[in-house]
Ligand binder design. Structure first.
Ligand code: F6P
Length: 535
């Protein structure tokens, strides 16, 4: 780019008080973009104002969307503001009491480990926040059950070992009925029972409370069994935007993160991104750049490249935030649009030894988002060890790789954005997440989709439920077959007319792999495989 310096200083947006800047100069947009999209930008301002004023932004579930209130309760209704302050106070008091040993494990020792059981937004936010911000000698180290994989449960429990006796368990589920989370809770409860420890004295629920109109199985269970504590969510907090609610704040506070500056940073970014001047609003600039890169149809993937180990999970976190929010079949007028933006990424310079080869030389189907942390020294310590004869230090290399990759991509016609943080602390981290939250909202308005529902996830849950039914039916047929060996077609016929043979075959294979009393005799092809129950 011959005019790169000129473009850089013209297109750098920064806020000294927040300590964050956005450089869009390596995106090849033309200035007419702002005019072309002006009506959509106006719609985005209006949508955001309505959302923040408490309009029903998720019509599927008849819900408001209020994560912005969590860091500025003054914007919420009086009742919601009082609730936000109450829950935050409860979190701070609980974390302080755990750190002081006033709330302790059943054996009287202080809690040293945290097992977080949750999935999606109920896991990614706290995992990212703790990886980014928790002190190296965190008062409590984090372990997670964020799937329903028995091998994963076993490995985590094995790692905890005797430490289970000093493990605090947080079960986080907004709906209180997510199967993976329920399974994780039951597996944890069983592990505590095997170790002879009272689970209830170690267990904490984070969920929407059961009311006259809403039932959280998790809340009911925690209440009935007298769990150590319960922290409330509200129906206006979406899973993927729950990091500034108890979902993110409680684990982070327990791990030693200062949640005050985290919330302040998010609030400061919210204030900045409320400005209705597109060129001075970093969230709108991000949304416009995403629109430019993918022609408003998500034609290019978003690659997240933080040059910072602490932000190694950011790509995964943003993957959910962006893809669950924007990946929609229908727009808000009911037209079929199949919108979305694919997101992936890990961290630089690590990824330079992985897929950056393709970014530089291969398919030009992406735009990169570099995230720079200017002061990467741990604490305010000395500049560190010289690592070559010129006296350069590791941080110089990190910066060199970032700048070099950005330049190389640019020379090859590949676009990039660069976000720079002065340093990685709770305030700047809060502002970074809030920036992406609002950019997603704006982008959804630009392309006219609803960012706050997830109909596709419901379809996936239903399909999984259907397959559980096939497993049950196949098992019943084999149990009633008196040890006879049957192929999939025979089992399907016996199981019922509506069940496809292939589904039955997968169910039988699964049973043979996971149950000691079922076996498979492999034939020349899957059609000739036979299954039986050992007597
Ligand atoms: O994936 C669907 C989803 O509802 C996410 O939006 C959410 O973060 C996740 O499942 C977990 O949901 P819950 O907190 O209700 O268990």
């Amino acid at each position: 780019m011959p005019d790169s310096w000129e473009r850089f200083h013209r297109h750098l947006l920064r806020d000294e008080s927040i300590g964050l800047s956005l450089d869009i100069s390596r995106m090849r947009f033309d200035d007419a973009l702002f005019e072309r999209l002006a009506p959509r930008i106006e719609r985005a301002w209006a949508d955001m104002a309505a959302l923040e004023a408490g309009e029903i932004a998720n019509p599927d579930e008849n819900r408001r969307v209020g994560h912005y209130w969590l860091r500025n309760p003054d914007l919420a209704s009086e009742a919601d503001a009082a609730w936000i302050r109450r829950v935050r106070g409860e979190i701070e008091r609980f974390a302080a009491a755990v750190h002081a040993g006033e709330i302790a494990a059943a054996n009287g020792n202080a809690f040293r480990h945290l097992l977080l059981i949750g999935i999606g937004g109920s896991a990614l936010g706290p995992q990212l926040a703790i990886e980014a911000l928790a002190p190296a000698r965190s008062p409590i180290d984090l372990h997670s059950f964020d799937n329903t994989d028995p091998a994963g449960f076993a490995r985590t429990l094995e790692r905890l070992g005797d430490g289970l006796a000093e493990t605090l368990v947080i079960v986080a589920s907004k709906s209180g009925r997510t199967p993976e989370t329920r399974n994780g809770m039951l597996e944890a409860e069983a592990a505590f029972a095997r170790a002879g420890i009272d689970f209830a004295r170690h267990a904490v629920a984070v969920t929407c409370p059961t009311t006259e109109t809403f039932c959280s199985i998790l809340d009911d269970l925690a209440r009935e069994r007298g769990w150590l504590a319960r922290f409330e969510l509200a129906d206006w907090i979406g899973g993927r935007t729950s990091v500034t609610s108890a979902v993110g704040l409680l684990p982070a506070a327990l791990a030693g993160v200062d949640i005050g500056p985290f919330l302040d940073g998010a609030a400061a970014m919210d204030a900045w991104t409320r400005r209705t001047d597109a060129r001075a609003n970093p969230a709108m600039l991000l949304a416009l750049m995403w629109h430019h890169a993918g022609n408003g149809r998500g034609e290019k993937d978003m690659v997240i490249l933080p040059y910072c180990d602490g932000l190694g999970l950011l790509g995964k976190y943003l993957q959910q935030l962006v893809m669950e929010s924007l990946g929609k079949a229908l727009d808000r007028d009911g037209n079929t649009v199949h919108q979305g933006i694919a997101v992936y990424g890990n961290k630089g310079s690590t990824d330079q030894h992985a897929y950056i080869q393709q970014l530089r030389d291969g398919l030009n189907n992406f735009f990169a988002t570099f995230i720079e942390v200017r002061d990467s020294r741990p604490g305010a310590g000395p500049v560190a060890v010289p690592v070559d004869e010129s006296g350069a230090v590791s941080a110089d290399y990190l910066q060199g790789f970032l700048r070099g990759t950005r330049e190389a991509l640019s020379e090859n016609g590949r676009e990039s954005l660069t976000l720079s943080l002065d340093r990685l602390d709770a305030r700047r981290f809060g502002s970074l997440l809030a920036l992406f939250e609002r950019a997603v909202s704006f982008y959804a308005s630009l392309v006219n989709v609803n960012a706050y529902h997830q109909p596709g996830v419901e379809a996936g849950k239903k399909a999984a439920g259907d397959f559980l039914g096939v497993i049950l039916a196949a098992r019943k047929v084999l149990e009633e077959a008196d040890g006879a060996a049957l192929d999939a077609a025979a089992v399907a016929t016996a199981a019922g007319p509506a069940i496809p043979v292939e589904a039955v075959y997968h169910a039988l294979t699964h049973l043979a792999a996971t149950r000691p009393d079922f076996e498979v005799k492999t034939g020349a092809t899957p059609a000739e495989d036979t299954f039986f129950r050992k007597s």
